[in-house]
Design a protein. Structure first.
Length: 131
């Protein structure tokens, strides 16, 4: 069941997400988790290297902390893939995430702006701008 409510002039509508891509979402979340944990683990590695009195007396390899961002990447990917499969299965019975979207009445096509700017720069002597 895909619930869509469109107002009279197409101004606002409610939509539901029908399917989540497991691989793409897992990839994005895993990389975000790995990058987000780097600022936390680099200072932790530095503090542990200064806090250890003698490296030969401890058996904890300090290089092991470097593996944590990669572990976050792998386990973040796996957990999001599993959750996407659950979402894709359950949304058929209970519906999906619902959000409201609206079209801007004054939306402009901005794809031509760089071209117009370049042409205006080339022919600025020949263009007469009026307000």
């Amino acid at each position: 069941m895909c619930f869509v409510e469109i107002l009279i002039n197409g101004v606002a509508m409610k939509k539901q997400i029908k399917r989540l891509s497991p691989h793409q979402n897992g990839k994005v979340f895993g990389v975000l988790m790995a990058v987000a944990t780097l600022p936390m683990f680099i200072p932790m590695l530095l503090m542990m290297s200064f806090a250890m009195p003698n490296e030969s007396s401890t058996n904890f390899p300090s290089g092991f902390l470097i593996m944590f961002p990669f572990m976050y990447l792998i386990f973040g990917y796996i957990s999001v893939v599993i959750m996407c499969f659950f979402y894709n299965f359950l949304q058929k019975f209970i519906g999906g995430f619902e959000y409201e979207a609206s079209e801007s009445v004054n939306a402009k096509n901005t794809s031509d702006i760089p071209h117009l700017f370049f042409l205006g720069f080339l022919f600025k002597k020949h263009l007469k701008l009026t307000r």
